[in-house]
Write a protein that binds this ligand. Structure first.
Ligand SMILES: [Zn+2]
Ligand SMILES: [Zn+2]
Length: 521
């Protein structure tokens, strides 16, 4: 007879499954040393790295070249310019010299958000306990009143760039940690997290337009949303999951209730293909960053000016798209470099300061070449004003080491009376041109070589300006060369702009520009 022995009693391990919190967040990547380095060998002699400026310059070249090859920046590398600068120990590097650049890896954190713009990319971060591999389903739903959708109805979102079925998106506990094991240094911190990457838009442009319109129609330009979640196991055992943040007696809702909604604001992003008054202002106000015409279209050229502005002025990784931050920076830039209209006014002592509108019959007449047009435009062209602001910025910052600075506008508006007083006939200066004096080492320079230097190292390089109105130089800033007559000053103009960009409304007598942020609102 077999002897029966009692089996050891089951230890009851009750593991309560919890969703501790859930929120919408921005991902922040910080570069931390990975322990690996990248060896860089100099390919030429005389790389000076004594001053801060020299260091930045050489590091910039290395960064650009190596980034292209994916050696410093890529999915698993986050080495920055600062890291390269920190490796310079000598004052000069020659061909064959080596430096070891520390390779950085991402350390990720998620910053909780209470608001976002339509079209923004966001992460839904869910912290759990005792729920490994659980697939969690979610909606983003319309809160207190109908805006994007009916109340308590899910809005469209895209997940990882694709549409979601029935506006439902998912995240699996532990997946983010597993997927990013190689690329993120602290991936294991997220073992108990389910993380979904979503974008607050549909892949259907019609839906997006509908959303934008609905937001615009509201008084506060906001839609209030909340997260609804289903974190139950496949057998739908409700009681097995405990949701820890409870609002309004609804266990599985986040951002729910008065004062606690997730607010989605109108998307005020401008990008290639867009059209309108704000785009026109971008084209005017960023003319000093590559040159542009005051068109209502966000063109490839607009994108290039935005990139140049973001790189040079904002010093950020450029996107070529104008978001709130960029709008704010445009306002800051405009404010920082004021231009004196007293220096621009006509000297004749008889006209309004900006002519008398003489020869208005020639205005917008397509049969007259601009160089022959006698019309006195009603002010100075705005693209020139902003072009000059760009020049002031570059002299003062990027090209500070050239030691040139702005002296004054020596000649701005010159009406027909002024022309007669001075025995000249050119009509360029009837609102379309400025003559400028510059300092070298703080003192006005009249040296031809200095002026030619400024033309090529500032106007040509950063404003895309060309010389002497040659064939094909339409819709860009033109410079008068030394041999044509501008010896000790820089003359630049918008004479070669198409007639549609020389309409009265582009000419101003004083600075009265509203903030671009306000125009955009
Ligand atoms: Zn005058
Ligand atoms: Zn001139």
């Amino acid at each position: 007879m077999a002897t029966l022995t009692a089996a050891p009693r089951n230890t009851l391990k009750i593991k309560i499954q919890r969703v501790k919190t859930a929120y919408l967040a921005k991902r922040i990547d910080k570069g931390v040393p990975s322990g690996k380095t990248h060896e860089y060998t100099f390919k030429s002699d005389g790389n000076r790295t004594k001053t801060k400026k020299q260091k930045e310059k050489i590091a910039g070249i290395i960064f650009k070249n190596e980034k292209k090859k994916g050696n410093l920046n890529g999915t698993d590398k986050r080495t920055s310019l600062a890291e390269i600068i920190s490796t310079f120990e000598q004052e000069k590097y020659n061909k064959g010299d080596c430096i070891n650049i520390s390779l950085l890896k991402s350390e990720v954190s998620f910053e909780k958000q209470k608001t976002a713009n339509l079209g923004d990319e966001l992460y839904v971060v869910i912290q759990t306990e005792n729920m490994p591999d659980r697939k969690i389903k979610m909606n983003l739903k319309q809160g207190d009143k109908k805006v994007l959708a009916d109340v308590q109805t899910a809005i469209f979102v895209t997940e990882e760039g694709s549409d979601t079925a029935n506006n439902l998106f998912t995240a699996t506990v532990g997946e983010f940690a597993k997927k990013n094991k190689e690329t993120i240094i602290n991936a294991s911190d997220f073992t108990d997290y389910a993380i979904a990457k979503i974008t607050l838009k549909s892949t259907n442009e019609e839906d997006n337009k509908k959303y934008a319109k609905a937001l615009k129609a509201t008084k506060d330009k906001k839609a209030k949303l909340y997260i609804a979640m289903d974190a139950e196991p496949a057998d739908n055992d409700w009681a097995s999951v405990k949701y820890e943040e409870i609002f309004d007696n609804r266990p599985n809702l986040w951002y729910y209730g008065s004062g606690n909604w997730f607010e989605v604001n109108e998307n005020r992003l401008y990008k290639k293909g867009d059209k309108g008054d704000v785009v026109r202002e971008i084209n005017i106000r960023l003319a000093g960053f590559g040159g542009n015409v005051p068109s209502v279209d966000f063109t490839k050229r607009t994108e290039k000016t935005v990139i140049q502005f973001q790189e040079d002025y904002m010093k950020i990784e450029p996107t070529g798209e104008v978001d709130k931050k960029t709008l704010k920076a445009i306002d800051e830039f405009s404010h920082k470099y004021p231009i004196s209209f007293d220096q621009i006014k006509c000297d004749c002592g008889k006209c309004t300061g900006f002519g008398n509108g003489k020869f208005s019959s020639e205005k917008q007449k397509k049969t007259i070449l601009e160089k022959n047009r006698k019309y006195e435009y009603p002010g100075i062209h705005r693209s020139i004003i902003y072009g000059l602001k760009g020049v002031l910025f570059y002299l003062d910052n990027t090209e500070k080491t050239l030691n040139y600075s702005f002296n004054k506008i020596s000649s701005g508006y010159r009406c027909h009376i002024d022309n007669k007083q001075n025995d000249r006939a050119s009509t360029n200066h009837m609102g379309k041109a400025l003559d400028i004096h510059f300092n070298k080492d703080g003192k006005r320079t009249r040296k031809v070589s200095d002026i030619e230097d400024i033309r090529s190292k500032i106007f040509k390089k950063y404003l895309g300006a060309k010389f002497d109105w040659k064939a094909g130089q339409k819709n860009i800033f033109n410079l008068e060369s030394t041999k044509v007559g501008a010896t000790s000053w820089v003359h630049f103009d918008v004479r070669e702009f198409d007639i549609e960009y020389l309409m009265n409304n582009f000419f101003i007598k004083k600075m009265k520009d509203k903030k671009i942020q306000d125009i955009s609102n």
